[in-house]
Design a protein. Structure first.
Length: 66
């Protein structure tokens, strides 16, 4: 869940398949209160790029097991 109310550049959330260069999902800064759900698994890597300007970037992360 995105909690930042400060403007920032960078901090892009990305998902790729392990060993691949192609990005499957890319999400720029979102408004506070936006929730992002994504699948995790041994074949998927996720990352957040460094902030370039502004911030801080605040998020709350958690895991849900179904």
């Amino acid at each position: 869940m995105h909690l930042s109310d400060a403007d920032y550049d960078g901090g892009v959330f990305e998902i790729r398949e392990k060993g691949q260069k192609r990005t499957l999902f890319r999400q720029e800064a979102q408004p506070a209160g936006t929730l992002t759900l994504f699948r995790i698994g041994p074949r998927l890597h996720h990352r957040v790029t460094p902030l370039i300007r502004g911030g801080p970037r605040r998020v709350f992360g958690g895991w849900l097991s179904l």
